[in-house]
Design a protein around this ligand. Structure first.
Ligand SMILES: NC(=O)C1=CN([C@@H]2O[C@H](COP(=O)(O)OP(=O)(O)OC[C@H]3O[C@@H](n4cnc5c(N)ncnc54)[C@H](OP(=O)(O)O)[C@@H]3O)[C@@H](O)[C@H]2O)C=CC1
Ligand SMILES: O=C(O)CCCC(=O)O
Length: 485
């Protein structure tokens, strides 16, 4: 499948113009399914980032002065432009990231839903009047855009991770500088193409690629930038939060997870297997909400393992994401394959039993077989670290209390899942799990209308939903006196 050349932008987008890095340096982008180079993008640093921030600052007054409805109209036009090129955009996303074409289309459509949701939600940024303790004064609370926003996003959802930040920022009246991941820059740069096509004012969106630490430093230290929103690893999130915090920026951090997936004896096993397949294996296990530790109660352990094995054999097909029927594309790079292989070897060396998979297939591309291991124990690496790959490990437990304790025994707190038909247990367990997102009898719960965010080392802040606007708004209190009363 050939790519639409008009969408493959090999330049950065600053103030509505396309440019190279000052140094002329570039970095190559690779197709993980074939190992072939797709193209290059500029390797920019602090000066280009500073110019992008200045462009966003220049665009800010006019953008925030628009009515919410006028901003919404621009945002819907941006979405219309994206949807008009959906097939080509999905092919580009699959080519640089690897996920199956159907998932790529689904991701882009979800990104559009985020932007459209926020476009409308921006019309509902209500203020407040507070009963005044002074007879001659009135108290008004209004909300204002924080200003120029910087976003740093990962490769696993190269479109929708941007969309849910961009939607909230634009709807709030902020302008933005975005830095996508090195592995998937093209799905971000197309936002520049779509901004041009849809007539978005210049400078409202700016996109920069290159030296991540340098770009991050400029975003954290440039006084014009007032908010940093990041999705990615906890290690980098902590680094950026520290630097941004020292410079008193608002921050949102959506970081790693280590999601437990609990199956109780009274669960609908077929539904639990369906949820496990979706939660564990979509995007080849590379979502921050993917099930990482599957805890299965002793009474249904063997039956669940057998059903999951059968479902994996029947439903999962490894291949190039552009080929029809593929459900499991390549992992993002060699390091990702090595991490899964390491978790598999570690589990097997500590008594795990390999039920299916476990290997890297021969041939080009960074693929790994969907893998199932039983007899997992808490001393295995997979119990503590997010595998971020297609490895399902089954731990056995006996009591509800034990399941909750094991599930909470991690520094992470993003997503968790459990399956039960017991209403009392539903509420007991839901309330005890220390996570930001809970799936009860459901393995996929992401939607633009609900808040998305973690606790503990999984970060802070919420994206999506009405709560997603809060991080992009400052609350202003005005006390109005001199009323002659
Ligand atoms: N919450 C989530 O959705 C995600 C979680 N992860 C977790 O993180 C692990 C590692 O993935 P990885 O992609 O390396 O995640 P990173 O946190 O390294 O990358 C995420 C983004 O941060 C950028 N970045 C990296 N270092 C810095 C820095 N010093 N300053 C500013 N920006 C920086 C990256 O840029 P560049 O690509 O140019 O290096 C990328 O845009 C995964 O295996 C997974 O466990 C990863 C991705 C998403
Ligand atoms: O990993 C994320 O942050 C996005 C998850 C999207 C999904 O649930 O598919």
């Amino acid at each position: 499948m050939s790519l639409n050349a008009a969408l493959l932008k090999e330049k950065v987008f600053i103030g509505g113009a396309w440019s190279d890095a000052d140094s002329g340096q570039t970095v190559a982008v690779t197709n993980p399914a074939t190992g072939e180079t797709i193209g290059t993008v500029p390797f920019c640093g602090r000066p280009e980032t500073a110019r992008a921030i200045a462009a966003a600052e220049a665009a800010l007054p006019a953008w925030k002065a628009l009515t919410a409805e006028a901003r919404a109209n621009h945002m819907h036009a941006l979405c219309d432009a994206i949807m008009a090129d959906l097939d080509d955009l999905a092919a580009l996303l699959t080519t640089e990231m690897g996920k199956p074409l159907a998932e790529a289309k689904g991701e882009i459509a979800l990104g559009v839903k985020y932007i459209r949701f926020f476009a409308e939600e921006g019309k509902r940024v209500y203020g407040d009047t507070i009963p005044s303790p002074w007879a001659d004064r009135r108290i008004l609370v209004t909300k204002e855009p924080v200003g120029v926003v910087g976003s740093i996003t990962p490769w696993n959802f190269p479109n929708s991770m941007i969309a849910r930040k961009l939607g909230a920022a634009l709807a709030s009246g902020c302008t933005m500088v975005m830095k996508p991941a090195e592995f998937t820059p093209y799905s971000a740069l197309v936002y520049g193409v779509m901004a041009e096509k849809s007539g978005l004012p210049k400078g409202v969106i700016n996109i920069i690629t290159g030296d991540a630490p340098a770009i991050g430093e400029e975003m954290c230290e440039n006084p014009v930038l007032r908010k940093l929103t990041f999705t990615g690893s906890t290690r980098v999130g902590k680094l950026l939060a520290g630097n941004a915090g020292r410079n008193m920026k608002k921050i949102s951090m959506e970081l790693g997870g280590n999601a437990p997936f609990i199956v109780f004896d009274d669960a609908d096993l077929d539904k639990a297997v369906e949820g496990a397949i979706a939660s564990k294996f979509r995007n080849s296990g590379q979502t921050c909400v993917c099930a990482n530790r599957l805890y299965v109660q002793a009474g249904v352990y063997d039956a669940f393992a057998q059903k999951l094995k059968d479902a994996m054999a029947a439903q999962l097909k490894v291949g190039n994401g552009l080929e029809a029927g593929t459900t499991q594309g390549p992992l993002i790079n060699e390091a990702a394959v090595e991490k899964v292989a390491d978790h598999v070897q570690d589990a097997l060396s500590k008594g795990g039993e390999l039920i299916t998979g476990g290997h890297r297939p021969n041939g080009p591309g960074t693929f790994f077989e969907p893998t199932l291991i039983t007899k997992a124990t808490s001393d295995m690496k997979v119990a503590r670290e997010e595998t971020f790959g297609p490895l399902a490990v089954l731990f056995k437990f006996d009591t509800e209390e034990e399941a909750v304790r094991l599930a909470n025994d991690t520094e992470f707190g993003l997503a968790c899942y459990f399956y039960t038909k017991d209403l009392g247990r539903t509420f007991r367990v839901m309330e005890q799990l220390q996570y930001g997102l809970v799936g009860v009898n459901e393995g996929v719960i992401t939607t633009e209308v609900a808040p998305f965010g973690g606790v503990k080392d999984s970060g802070m802040g919420n994206e999506g939903s009405k709560y997603g606007l809060d991080d992009y708004l400052n609350v202003k209190y005005s006390c109005i006196g001199g009323l002659g009363m």
